[in-house]
Write a protein that binds this ligand. Structure first.
Ligand code: GLA
Ligand code: ZN
Length: 656
């Protein structure tokens, strides 16, 4: 378990490097990330390389025993390169090249860019190949599935489509271009669907475009990764990712990489809406699920954020420590804080690091220093992992399709995933968030919310799981689209009908309007957004609608399928429903439940197969007390406790 920082030596006077390294070492920093945006400093003009300054930095950190993550600085190509090859600058939907001066405007598809990117990569890796304190290499920074309308991207998109669908005739047929006279008579008429409001574009074209842009990003990573591995086969590779406007397909993106690293900026204000409590725990579980193993945080919140937007609140006392421990609780093994010093110049000067502009360490820094000390005591959990009884399926295609066509006011793809995740978390259960093709055989419960776009592998996976005796939860908006994002001409949930044992007779997209459902035990819950009015074939009703013209018709069902049990939730409720529903499922499947956890307290377990370590994190502004079923040994305070008293954002780790 290691704590580190992101450091930009090129932004500071050379005289500060040694002092900073020394202060880091004294504070307990074990890893530093370097060179992320420093291409121009490393190659000031074409083919002229200057590694001397970075050599000095590497020497200093090595002397202080601090490990290094070296970054490939392709996010920020030098001005001289853009000037010589303006064709490598991304083009917006208006046909104009993006303005230079900020960052990240390279087109990942540009052959010129690729050539230069590979060259700087090769030079860097060769130069630093013998430095064993470089423990990982980061490719670029926060890569997205960028839309780009340059000629190269346009042509490649067309070629990609033809390669996939063979000919224009198929494309016309598959995309349904007979709607609105959209038939293509020549491949050159196909444009990236970025121009008009997306709702006016062809949804099939949009989803294919999303897949294409993801392939472009994955291909760029792959090409750079190959260069690094060719030069240095032992190199450990990653790229840092996040949830953004053009969220990449994380599964494709990390295929060629050794580990996942996530940029973790949880909001400092505790959500007022209790439904949102476990939101960043969900993101962390999703990150762990990408490769099904522990991951890193490459950038962790350190203070007020801003610059791209007005500044947000500063981290509350305990948060800096608590959020790091929360990440560890969800499978992060190394956490680098963004950033050691706050920049005094440049666009990002108000995105605060650990040390403020004054250079004088303050409250946040001292908390960070405490964190380093605490984490240095966690050696016993070094080899532990998270093992879960529950999996929730996340699908990049479904997320993209929901963005392309929002289904009803208020509904977004991650919402139902988060509700289920929160409900299981509320009972202290570990949850994996996994891809649609994950091996599901080890899970007691699998939740597959809104399986909107047909994916044969996913559908077969779910059938196999239920056939073998699993407990599966499906929801509304499943089986709606075929692979190409056209509607399937069958009764919903189409391909999942057999599993569900019920059909959607009709649906009512009610949006923010609230209605009621009543479960088999007579409990009443509020529902909104969507109402599937269900007709039972082999299923039984678990809950019925309690108002509107479909009062007493099924809203939630339960079906026995082969050896398995399949639930279908036809509507979207508030948290109390999910807690009750998930509580019942946990009882049925024998998953242990912690009852009476105070709101906001998160409980996760890391195990090495012999010992279990239970993390308690109070993600709230109020103190919380938890009675343990028996006295357990706290590895934080080295004493046995039968009650945990957690401060706001406080935590404890006990050995079971
Ligand atoms: C992202 C980037 C960083 C930095 C931070 C803060 O996470 O990766 O380079 O810009 O945001 O703005
Ligand atoms: Zn382009």
């Amino acid at each position: 378990m290691k704590i580190g920082v992101d450091y930009y030596p090129e932004q500071w006077d050379q005289s500060m490097w040694e002092r900073d390294a020394e202060a880091m070492a004294t504070t307990g920093v074990k890893v530093v990330r370097l060179a992320e945006f420093a291409w121009t400093k490393l190659e000031p003009s074409e083919g002229v390389y200057d590694f001397a300054w970075l050599d000095e930095v590497v020497r200093i950190f090595s002397r202080y025993g601090i490990e290094i993550v070296m970054s490939i600085p392709t996010n920020c190509p030098p001005k001289w390169l853009y000037e010589a090859h303006p064709e490598m600058i991304r083009v917006g939907p208006d046909g104009k090249r993006l303005q230079l001066g900020i960052r990240g405007h390279r087109c990942l598809m540009s052959p010129v860019f690729m050539r230069y990117a590979k060259k700087i990569t090769e030079r860097m890796v060769r130069h630093y190949a013998s430095i064993t304190s470089i423990v990982a290499w980061q490719i670029d920074n926060e890569l997205e599935a960028y839309p780009c309308c340059c000629d190269e991207c346009r042509n490649q998109f067309r070629a990609w489509l033809i390669d996939k669908h063979d000919n224009l005739q198929n494309i016309n047929a598959f995309f349904g271009t007979n709607v609105w006279s959209n038939e293509y008579s020549d491949i050159s008429q196909i444009e990236p669907p970025t121009a008009y409001p997306q709702m006016w574009q062809n949804p099939a074209l949009c989803l294919e475009y999303n897949r294409f842009t993801n392939d472009v990003t994955a291909n760029f990573i792959h090409e750079i990764a190959m260069v690094i591995k060719r030069e240095l086969s032992r190199a450990k590779l990653t790229t840092n990712t996040w949830f953004c406007e053009n969220t990449p397909d994380f599964y494709k993106m990390y295929e060629q990489l050794d580990f996942v690293s996530y940029d973790n900026y949880p909001p400092v204000r505790v959500p007022e809406d209790p439904d949102e409590f476990y939101s960043h725990a969900f993101h962390l579980d999703l990150m762990r699920g990408i490769k099904g193993r522990n991951f890193w945080i490459m950038e962790q919140l350190s203070g007020p954020t801003g610059s791209w937007m007005p500044m947000s609140s500063t981290t509350r006392p305990g948060q800096l420590m608590g959020y790091s421990l929360q990440a560890i609780a969800h499978g992060a093994d190394t956490i680098l804080h963004f950033r050691w010093r706050t920049a005094v110049a440049g666009a990002e000067m108000f995105w605060h690091g650990l040390i403020d502009h004054s250079g004088v360490p303050g409250r946040r820094f001292f908390e960070f220093s405490e964190l380093c000390k605490t984490v240095s005591k966690l050696g016993v959990i070094d080899t532990t992992e998270i093992v879960s009884d529950v999996a929730i399926i996340y699908s990049p295609d479904n997320e993209a399709a929901f963005r392309i066509q929002p289904q009803v006011e208020g509904m977004y793809y991650l919402e139902q995933l988060k509700y289920f995740h929160a409900a299981f978390s509320h009972y202290g259960a570990n949850v994996d968030v996994v891809p649609p093709n994950a091996d599901l055989s080890g899970y007691k419960v699998v939740v597959a919310p809104t399986m909107f776009v047909y994916d044969q592998t996913a559908a077969e996976n779910l059938y196999r799981y239920a056939t073998a005796g699993g407990t599966l939860v499906l929801t509304n908006r499943s089986g709606v689209k075929d692979q190409l994002n056209n509607c399937i001409a069958d009764k919903l949930p189409t391909v999942f009908k057999e599993l569900v044992g019920a059909e959607v007779a009709e649906y009512d997209p009610i949006g923010s309007h609230e209605q009621k459902i009543r479960d088999f035990a007579g409990n009443i819950f509020t529902c909104r957004q969507w109402c599937d009015i269900l007709t039972l074939t082999t299923a039984k009703a678990y809950a019925e609608y309690d108002d509107s013209f479909y009062r007493s018709l099924p809203a939630v069902t339960l079906n026995r399928y082969c050896n398995g049990v399949v639930y279908y939730v036809g509507t979207v409720c508030k948290m109390d429903f999910y807690e009750s529903f998930v509580g019942n499922i946990m009882k049925q499947t024998g998953i242990p439940r912690l009852k009476g956890l105070p709101r906001g307290v998160e409980v996760t377990t890391r195990t090495n197969g012999l010992d279990d370590f239970i993390f308690f994190f109070n993600n709230s502004e109020k103190p919380a007390s938890i009675n343990l079923p028996k006295a357990m040994f706290s590895i934080i305070d080295s004493i046995a406790k039968d009650q945990l008293d957690l401060k706001p954002f406080g935590f404890d780790i006990v050995k079971k």
